[in-house]
Design a protein around this ligand. Structure first.
Ligand code: ADP
Length: 214
């Protein structure tokens, strides 16, 4: 049995009801681009960093972003005095092609069932917090890494289901309001995977999510 599938039922029956899917919601088209790349190379308005609460950098995608952005990023991060789990903070992109970075702090996966429920909510909040900041900044494009699925050990398929469902729900709720004063829309969402395995998982989850909406 695929180990990652054991969480599907919990997701559908529990977490997603807390996100609150509307009935008779209008159907909208969202392009979520799943691709394999180094997120530090993405030429988008905002890339998302999966950081730690002290925002001082670390390994994985966090380390890669700090290295590529340059040491000025750490200086700005230190002035933010940290970030709670599920929250997000905005900084400049410095030497990156991206204009900005949103730093969010994902949950650490735990064997404890209660903590797992909390971790699912926190992961969903990470995506929502980032989208809300991007919207407030009037940005058009955002690239996410697979938050919490590396050192924080969140099960990959479950993380993908939460990520994709949260993004879809967020757009359904906010698409009418995401116009900035210049009339720009947040209309490009990338999930930047670091492995072929992750690309396959996210592509399948997008198909499942779309199928569930028709
Ligand atoms: P976390 O602590 O949130 O688990 P990690 O950085 O350990 O964060 O891993 C999160 C995801 O980011 C993993 O899927 C990992 O393979 C991926 N990753 C690591 N480096 C990069 C990079 N340069 N670009 C895109 N994704 C990356």
């Amino acid at each position: 049995m695929d180990k990652t599938n054991q969480y599907d039922e919990t997701i559908n029956n529990d977490l997603f009801s807390t996100i609150g899917r509307e009935t008779n919601e209008p159907s909208i088209s969202i392009d979520i681009n799943i691709l394999k790349d180094d997120i530090t190379k993405r030429e988008v308005d905002i890339i998302v960093n999966a950081g730690h609460e002290d925002l001082t950098g670390g390994g994985g995608v966090d380390g890669a972003i700090h290295k590529a952005a340059g040491h000025q990023l750490l200086g700005e991060c230190l002035n933010l005095y940290g970030c709670g789990e599920g929250e997000a903070r905005l900084t400049g992109g410095y030497n990156l092609p991206a204009k900005y970075i949103i730093h969010t702090v994902g949950p650490i996966w735990s064997p404890n069932k209660e903590k797992q429920e909390q971790a699912k909510r926190v992961l969903s909040n990470c995506y929502k917090s980032c989208l809300e900041i991007a919207e407030r900044q009037g940005m058009k494009s955002i690239a996410f890494p697979c938050i919490s699925t590396g050192a924080f050990c969140f099960p990959k398929k479950l993380a993908a289901q939460i990520a994709i469902h949260t993004i879809y729900e967020w757009f359904h709720r906010y698409i009418g309001n995401i116009k900035n004063t210049e009339g720009c829309y947040l209309d490009v969402v990338e999930i930047v995977c670091f492995s072929d395995e992750d690309v396959d998982i996210y592509e399948q989850v997008v198909k499942d999510e779309e199928a569930s909406r028709f």
